[in-house]
Design a protein around this ligand. Structure first.
Ligand SMILES: N[C@@H](CCC(=O)N[C@@H](CS)C(=O)NCC(=O)O)C(=O)O
Length: 203
């Protein structure tokens, strides 16, 4: 199977870090797609990913998976250990709940801010909107404050153990630096969690 990856871009990094924690990075052939060079906009790549986004996973039978969480669900199924998406209905629901919140209330909001404010994104976000950027920034920063409170007494984001939700949040915190924002350095509980999650990701 082949994974289309853009190093440093947060959604692809969620998938490669998920695989890394599983110890299975070698199980996929990786092809790098440069978003900055707009390689994801070619007809050839659109044939893999109709929305021209990275990551994408193409299975050996030709099936195309083009949502990072769906790709992780597939990897969780074929590489069950260590479990990262929940072992029973309650854990699965809690982990999905937090991972979706991180995706919708942090990733999406941060992306709106970054794409509408950063000069490197100008060719991809036409036209950029200062109003949209301000809204995304406010929403992302508001969510992270709530998350910091959630982490009082919780070592990890969901179900009292390391999971895909921690991987998503860790990647988001690191990527926030492109807007000179380091939420884990501003908020104490998030900072302590960042150190714990970093240890798990380092193996
Ligand atoms: N919902 C998708 C989002 C994928 C996505 O937005 N990927 C970004 C990189 S982090 C991308 O391909 N951006 C290129 C563009 O928007 O032109 C997923 O989770 O995989």
């Amino acid at each position: 199977m082949k994974l289309y990856h853009s190093p440093k871009a947060p959604n692809p990094e969620r998938v490669t870090n998920f695989l890394k924690v599983k110890g299975k990075l070698d199980a996929v052939e990786i092809e790098e797609i440069s978003i900055m060079k707009q390689e994801h906009k070619t007809d050839e790549y659109r044939n893999v990913s109709p929305f021209a986004q990275v990551p994408a996973l193409v299975l050996d039978d030709g099936t195309k998976l083009t949502e990072s969480r769906a790709i992780c669900t597939y990897f969780e199924g074929i590489f069950p250990e260590p479990n990262l998406m929940g072992k029973d209905p309650k854990e699965k629901a809690l982990i999905e709940m937090w991972d979706r919140r991180i995706e919708l209330m942090l990733f999406m909001q941060f992306a709106t801010w970054f794409r509408n404010a950063h000069e490197a994104m100008a060719p991809l976000e036409v036209p950029q909107s200062a109003e949209a950027a301000a809204k995304g920034e406010k929403n992302a920063k508001g969510f992270v404050k709530k998350l910091d409170q959630h982490l009082v007494g919780n070592d990890f984001v969901a179900a009292n153990r390391f999971s895909i939700a921690d991987i998503s949040l860790f990647i988001a915190c690191g990527f926030a630096g492109v807007m000179k924002w380091q939420p884990h350095k501003e908020l104490d509980n998030l900072g302590a969690w960042y150190a714990r999650a970093g240890e798990k990701l380092a193996g």
